[in-house]
Design a protein around this ligand. Structure first.
Ligand SMILES: Nc1nc2c(c(=O)[nH]1)N[C@H]1C(S)=C(S)[C@@H](COP(=O)(O)OP(=O)(O)OC[C@H]3O[C@@H](n4cnc5c(=O)[nH]c(N)nc54)[C@H](O)[C@@H]3O)O[C@H]1N2
Ligand SMILES: Nc1nc2c(c(=O)[nH]1)N[C@H]1C(S)=C(S)[C@@H](COP(=O)(O)OP(=O)(O)OC[C@H]3O[C@@H](n4cnc5c(=O)[nH]c(N)nc54)[C@H](O)[C@@H]3O)O[C@H]1N2
Ligand code: SF4
Ligand SMILES: [Mo]
Length: 738
């Protein structure tokens, strides 16, 4: 059915697939959400979560005005009152405890919101606190670190060129459900089908026969947390059988001999029992990868949220490099984003690379990575007395009480703060601890550009969405709230002129980076302001930009606005060495930090499999913790179930539909059992983001079927020591009938 002429184009901000949608509106209401067939990138694809745009817009529980806690109860307040409350309470805490007394914690939606992504860095500079935390350390920091060390910038993550690939090896990712992560690839299903129809193969390694495994040619169970052993076995095989082919990259790679030496002790036959994958399978996979003309290895959250997350993330790309598939068409390639990418800025081919540990957390001494400390350190930094203790917190689109291990401790710690602000659209498990909650406009009331995800897109493109619906009078942009809090923290008061501060900051930046030319660029960007101005600047000075006239016909924000279904910028093209930002100007195949960490692997080689271990599970109609309040997504069969293999269930006395007690030391939860032969023996799978039965929240639909919180079971002390990422996968648990 053709789209009505007056439907409005809009990028979906809910997940990394970034689908282009077409909305039918009536007055200020959404009546229908469809895929935009004309979208240059997603070509009409959408998933069931897209309906969430409509439901979220009209959700009565979504906050539309600030809340201030008075005498333990939230009351609605005007924006002026809310900012005044922050101005009254925050500066004294900073005056007394110093910059580090105030912490920030960012959640996943920050990376989906242009204003928050572009203005949080400014807030961070203004606050000067070292206590910065985010969902990244329950997610992708290991991949950022391995890529930073190998390629020189944190977000230089190679992604499979799926439309030209013939062999795709997937570990610890379920793009059929997640719709892809660190890999922006709408309609994975369609692309996977096309790959197989042209004679290609997909192989999945996962402790559960996932939805992605179901559409693959082969699936192998792997012991949770043991990917590093399998990957070492495969790298070993490449050297052992003379299959290493660096090809064109040969002269751009450092460390080949060191890598060969490092994997010497990891023949497939030695690691097979540890990872649960047979030596024959491992060798066959290595040979198939080496022999395939166009192939890519892709790993995601299952390979990050584990004890050896950084090592596994590294070895995945080592496989791509050693088999000649990195930076080749149909292999694992580097997107070239039109704006904001570190690997398109500065001198091409070399840079400062990345370092970690410029400072350490106060209590556990965890090293800073990419400017952040592990989110699993947040609770102890609040509840451990002593100088340097965190006394105030700004949480931005973040729900760590559900999304981080040992939420109960974190909730208790949040209760001990002197002051907390949440920028959030719900009164939920985390924001209930705030003293002031500042709601952002709904996504449809906000402009959109994918600041982050263009850097992971399987095909280069640029798209922009203007706000679709009118917002309530007085509702500020999220970037304005962020800037206002920063101004308050700097002592400029609640009434500071945010526009003037923003103008001054940009003017300074332009003069610093462009000298005299900065003035004319500043004038050329008028009359834009805020994020749109930063976007126009980044597009115009980016790799496809008009360079303010030097490249006529190049990208500008005005050109994007004139193309509501986007501008295609072509398939990924080889970018080595230009994309590198390592000090050596080479790919570092064997960074010393990673070689050193192999000692931990050696020490664990003989570890026996625990009786039961737990892993997570994403679901199509969930989005981490926060879409359970939308009726169209929340309805249907109960989903927060613990999947166990029938043989395990029989052994442990568990029955379909009955409740099981799952314990980890002193902590335990009760979850409903579902029997499934998708599960590897000895592994139980439970989704995360549930547990909406905590008091003091305002999410009526979610509370009807709260589910249980997987993270209530997990341990905040377990981290990958290099990246600081939490270990969420492969934790030993006990299971018994409840
Ligand atoms: N055990 C286990 N734990 C996990 C994971 C796992 O696989 N297993 N996955 C981890 C991963 S990958 C991630 S990314 C984290 C996510 O961790 P979080 O980011 O903490 O969790 P979300 O559920 O995404 O919560 C987002 C918050 O943002 C709010 N919000 C939504 N939209 C907006 C908006 O437009 N503006 C503002 N200001 N607020 C908004 C929501 O109300 C919610 O409070 O969870 C992690 N936790
Ligand atoms: N519908 C939906 N989409 C989402 C989200 C959501 O909550 N719902 N969340 C979004 C976010 S924030 C992110 S980060 C992405 C994540 O995107 P993905 O990485 O694709 O996430 P998952 O679907 O959790 O897939 C992880 C897979 O790893 C497997 N696994 C667990 N442990 C191990 C292990 O040790 N080794 C191996 N090899 N596999 C393991 C799990 O069984 C699971 O199949 O999804 C995003 N998209
Ligand atoms: S796949 Fe992701 S971006 Fe696409 S419609 Fe679904 S939630 Fe939105
Ligand atoms: Mo995530």
């Amino acid at each position: 059915m053709p789209l009505p002429a007056d439907s409005v184009r809009r990028i979906c901000p809910f997940c990394e697939a970034c689908c282009g949608l077409a909305l039918e509106l009536e007055e200020n209401r959404v009546v229908r959400v469809r895929g935009d067939d004309a979208d240059v990138f997603s070509a009409g694809f959408l998933c069931p979560k897209a309906i969430g745009l409509k439901e979220l817009q009209h959700d009565p529980d979504r906050l539309r005005a600030p809340l201030i806690k008075r005498g333990g109860k939230f009351v609605e307040a005007s924006w002026d009152e809310a900012y005044a409350e922050i101005a009254r309470r925050l500066p004294p805490i900073i005056a007394e405890g110093g910059a580090d007394a105030l912490a920030t914690v960012l959640g996943n939606p920050v990376s989906h919101k242009m204003g928050l992504s572009l203005y949080f860095p400014r807030m961070a500079r203004a606050l000067g606190t070292r206590n910065m935390f985010s969902a990244s350390s329950v997610d992708q920091v290991p991949k950022m670190l391995s890529c930073g060390l190998m390629f020189g910038s944190w977000l230089s993550v190679p992604v499979p060129d799926i439309e030209r690939c013939d062999f795709l090896l997937i570990l610890g990712a379920n793009p059929m459900v997640s719709n892809g992560s660190l890999w922006t690839v709408p309609d994975f299903r369609g692309k996977a089908r096309a790959l197989r129809e042209r004679g290609g193969r997909i192989v999945v390694l996962d402790p559960r026969r996932s939805e992605t495994a179901e559409v693959a040619d082969a699936h192998h169970f792997i012991r949770p947390g043991a990917d590093v052993f399998l990957l070492l076995g495969m790298v070993h095989t490449l050297f052992d059988e003379g299959l290493v082919r660096l090809g064109r990259l040969g002269r751009h790679v450092n460390g080949l001999e060191q890598l060969e030496a490092a994997v010497r002790g990891y023949a497939p036959e030695r690691v097979a029992a540890r990872c649960g994958v047979g030596a024959g399978v491992m060798r066959a996979l290595a040979r198939e990868l080496a022999g395939a003309k166009r192939a890519a290895v892709y790993g995601r959250i299952g390979t990050c949220t584990q004890e050896f997350g950084t090592l596994a993330s590294w070895l995945i790309d080592a496989l791509n490099i050693l088999t000649g598939h990195l930076d080749e068409e149909g292999g694992a390639m580097f997107p070239k984003a039109p704006a904001f990418a570190a690997n398109t800025r500065g001198a091409p081919g070399t840079g400062r690379g990345v370092v970690t540990g410029r400072h350490r957390s106060r209590v556990s001494g965890a090293p800073e990575v990419s400017g952040e400390l592990p989110i699993t350190c947040l609770a102890e930094e609040i509840d451990t007395p002593g100088p340097g203790r965190i006394r105030a917190l700004i949480a931005i689109a973040s729900n760590p009480v559900l999304s981080a291990p040992n939420g109960a401790r974190l909730a208790a710690a949040l209760g001990q703060l002197d002051f907390m602000v949440s920028l959030d659209i719900y009164l939920n498990e985390t924001s209930r601890h705030a003293d002031v909650i500042l709601p952002g406009p709904s996504p449809l009331e906000d402009a959109h550009y994918d600041v982050t995800f263009a850097q992971f897109s399987h095909r280069n493109h640029a798209r922009y969405s203007a706000p679709v619906l009118a917002r309530a009078p007085g509702q500020p942009d999220e970037w304005e709230s962020v800037m206002r809090i920063a101004a308050i923290a700097q002592g400029l008061g609640a009434q500071a002129d945010i526009g003037a501060l923003d103008d001054a900051a940009l003017g300074d930046e332009l003069r610093r980076t462009m000298g005299a030319g900065g003035e004319s660029v500043y004038r050329a960007l008028a009359p834009l302001r805020g994020p749109e101005r930063l976007l126009d600047l980044a597009l115009r000075t980016g790799p496809y930009g008009d360079r303010f006239g030097a490249n006529p016909g190049g990208l500008t924000l005005a050109r994007l606005k004139a193309a509501p279904s986007g501008i295609d910028l072509g398939p990924m093209a080889p970018r080595i060495p230009e994309a590198l930002r390592t000090p050596s100007g080479k790919i570092e195949l064997a960074p010393q930090m990673l070689l050193d960490d192999l000692a931990r692997v050696a020490a664990q080689l003989a570890l026996p499999a625990p009786d039961m271990v737990i892993i997570g599970r994403r679901q199509l109609r969930s989005n981490n913790s926060w879409m359970h309040n939308l009726p169209a997504l929340a309805k249907g069969a109960y989903r927060c179930t613990a999947l166990v293999h029938p043989d395990d269930a029989a052994r442990l006395g568990l029955a379909e539909g009955a409740m099981a007690r799952i314990s980890n030391g002193a902590r335990s939860i009760e979850a409903q059992v579902a029997l499934s032969d998708q599960m590897m023996l000895g592994v139980v799978s439970l989704p995360h983001g549930w547990g909406h039965d905590l008091p003091g929240t305002r999410m009526g639909v979610a509370a009807e079927r709260p589910g249980v919180n997987l993270n209530a079971l997990l341990d905040e002390h377990l981290r990958d020591p290099l990246s600081g990422n939490a270990v969420l996968s492969g934790i030993a648990v006990q299971m018994a009938p409840a």
